[in-house]
Design a protein around this ligand. Structure first.
Ligand code: FES
Length: 315
């Protein structure tokens, strides 16, 4: 759908927020905390951004965008937009929902990962639920939404950690997570390396996988495209496509004109998710859960490969 950029605001170093409203003065489709939308700042470039506003607001979507130093075109195109311009977006989807059976929620944000975490905190606060929010940034100037955190009901429930500066205070994941319990849940969002370090700590402390929730904003490192060559078979036509050892399945499909939607190209967003009909994928993404990977009925061709000589796809 098309929306209007009602406002654009600098909220921290290299981070701008956008307020998006309907072009026909109507409510926007409802969302829950943790949801994201697809945004197309320029033709051919689609990125996912978490909604940072309170889900009780029906008249607007708010997102925040970090200018990536190695932007592949998404964040730089977003930063070039101005209030008053129009933007193509998709309806909200949520792969990072709150578990409302929890008696206590630990919310952990790294950098721009604050966006879904702040929306979650506000929804938990509004519901009177027990939670705490831990926000890690490189330095204070990179901490977005400070006023909103300090001036709202959240002020008693959150803590800031910085890597540098006079008041540097590094987080101890072990201390923050503490002892696991079936009715405690932890939610982590941020860069891949931050999430991996946090959840490794939770796992070592004995936290069950089902109580750990994550949303990746970029992989820790680029997925490795190398591996053995394999063959993709398109179920609808029976056509076979060879995937060379040094190319991705997505690249091989594109080479012969087969279109698969693509966005992050890092196995974190799920845009390229494709159904597998036969064969055994070599999952290299950060998007599917271990349980989903074990079923071998879907894979992400931007980064994943095949353990079987032939992978039959629902294309
Ligand atoms: Fe994001 Fe493949 S494009 S997971």
């Amino acid at each position: 759908m098309k929306v209007l950029i009602a406002s654009k605001t600098i909220v921290a170093t290299d981070i701008v927020s956008f307020e998006l409203v309907s072009t026909v003065d109507e409510d926007l489709p409802a969302f829950s905390a943790g949801a994201h939308i697809d945004v197309t700042p320029v033709k051919g470039v689609t990125r996912q951004y978490s909604l940072v506003n309170n889900p009780s607001e029906t008249n607007r979507y708010c997102i925040a965008v970090l200018l990536e130093p190695k932007s592949r075109g998404g964040s730089s195109a977003m930063h070039a937009l101005s209030a008053g311009e129009f933007l193509e977006i998709g309806e909200p989807r949520n792969h990072f929902p709150l578990d409302w059976t929890a008696n206590h929620s630990i919310l952990l944000a790294g950098g721009i990962g604050i966006t879904p975490i702040l929306s979650m905190a506000e929804q938990l606060s509004q519901a009177g639920a027990s939670f705490e929010l831990h926000y890690c940034v490189r330095d204070e100037a990179r901490a977005a939404f400070r006023q909103r955190l300090d001036k709202s009901d959240l002020s008693r429930n959150w803590k800031l950690y910085t890597d540098t500066g006079p008041s540097a205070s590094r987080i101890s994941f072990d201390e923050v997570f503490g002892s696991p319990a079936d009715d405690k849940h932890v939610y982590v969002c941020g860069p891949g390396g931050f999430i991996e370090a946090a959840l490794n700590s939770a796992t070592q402390l004995g936290w069950r996988d089902a109580n750990q929730h994550r949303e990746f904003f970029g992989a820790a490192s680029s997925p490795n495209a190398d591996g053995a060559a394999f063959t993709i078979e398109l179920a609808k036509s029976g056509r076979r496509i060879e995937v060379a050892a040094n190319e991705t399945a997505f690249a091989a499909l594109s080479r012969v004109g087969v279109k698969v939607p693509i966005s992050c190209e890092q196995g974190v967003c799920g845009t390229c998710l494709t159904r597998v009909i036969a064969g055994r994928p070599d999952h290299r993404d950060l998007y599917l859960t271990d349980a989903e990977k074990a079923t071998d009925d879907q894979f992400l061709p931007c980064c994943s490969r095949s353990l079987s000589p032939i992978l039959v796809l629902d294309l």
